[in-house]
Design a protein around this ligand. Sequence first.
Ligand SMILES: [Zn+2]
Length: 400
Amino acid sequence: MATESQASAAAGRTHIRNIGLMLGGDLAQPVLDADSLLLDGGTIARIGRAADMPAPGPGDRVIDAQGCAVCPGLIDNHVHTVAGDWTPRQNQLGWIESTMHGGVTTIISAGEAHYPGRPRDPVGVKALAIAAQRSFAAFRPGGVKVIAGAPVPEEGLTEDDFREMAAAGVTVVGELGLGKVKDGPTGRLMLGWARRYGMTTMTHTGGPSIPGSGLIGADVVLEADADVVAHVNGGPTALPDAEILRICRDGTRALEIVHNGNLRTGLMVLEWARGNDALGRVTMGTDGPAGSGVQPLGILRTITHLASLGRVAPELVFCLATGNNARVRRLHDRGLIAVGRAADLVFLDKAEGSAGATVLEAVAEGNIPGIGMVMIDGAIRTHRSRNTPPAHRVPEVVAG
Ligand SMILES: [Zn+2]
C-alpha cells in the first residue's frame, strides 16, 4: 500500500507564483489580494503580489500555479478513525490517504466508535484514547494530520480520568451519546471536566447512528453544551426542524454540518446562520466512515452542495471547512492562509467540462472542483488528484 507513515515538513524555501485566486479561509476576508506565496520549510512566510516577493535563490523550489486557485488545506471536523488507514465500518484500507486526494489535510476524530470490541469501562476507554492518539501522531497516511484518541463518554469516568488523558496528550472528546452516557446532567459534568483540561468536546445530535448509540434531542444537546453540536443536520437521522432551530437559537456553540447527514436540514441551518450573522458558528465534517461508505471527496462535496443550493457565496463556504474548523478546535497553527500558519495548501481549478468561468462559478453551479496539487507542511503530497474530476489547469514545479 502506497501510504507513507512518516510525514515530514518540506525543507528550504518554496516560491509559489501565478495563483489565480487566493482563498484565505477567514470569513472576514475570504479572498486575499495576492497571487504569490513564499514558504519557509513547512510554514507560510510571506503573502503578496509577484512584484513584492523576493527572487528565488539557488536550491529554492519554485511552483507555477498556472492560474489555479489555492485554499487552505481542508479540515474534516468529524471522522471515525480506528487503527491506521483501516476502517472496519466498510472493511476498507487506505481511506485516509484517499481523503487527502480530496484536499483534506487534517482530520479530527469524533470517537473511535467503530473499534471492534470497543472498551466501555473507564480504564479501557482511557487506554484506547491514549493508544489512538499516540498511534495517529506517529502514523500519518498520505501525510494527513490525524487528531485521534477521542474518548466516548462512558459511565464511571471521573474528573481524574479526563485530567490523566489530557496530560497524556488527548485533546478531543468523542461524541456524547455514542456510549452509555446519554443524559444532559452527566454529559454536562463530564464535558465540563474535559473542557477544564483543555479538550474540545462534541455531542451526537439526532437519531441513533449505530446500534448502541441513542437519540439525542435538543434538551440534552443544550444542557451538555459541548463545543461542537456534532452533525446538527443528523448523523444521519436529523431531529425535527423545530428542535434543530432551537439548538441554533438557544445555544452558542459550533453547529456542525456533515456530508453523511440530512442535506435539507443542513441547508436550513446554513440559512439560519446566514440570516442571523452566525456563519462563524458553522463547522463542517463528513461523519465518515459510515454506513453510507467512505467519502474521500466528502468535504469538497459538502462545500459544493452548500454553495450551490444555499444562499452563501462559495468563497465563504470554503471558510467553514478551513478557518472555522481550526478556530473551534483551537488549531491555531493551520486553517488559514496567513503568515506563520502551516503551508497546508490545496490547488484547485474548475473541473474539465464544468460550467462557469472560474472555480467559484463552477462550485456555485454545483460542480466539485478538480485538485491539481495538495501540500501538507509545504511538502507536496500529491500532484493531480486521483479522486477529483480532472482540474482544468494544474500547477507545475518549475525549479527545485
Ligand atoms: Zn454521531
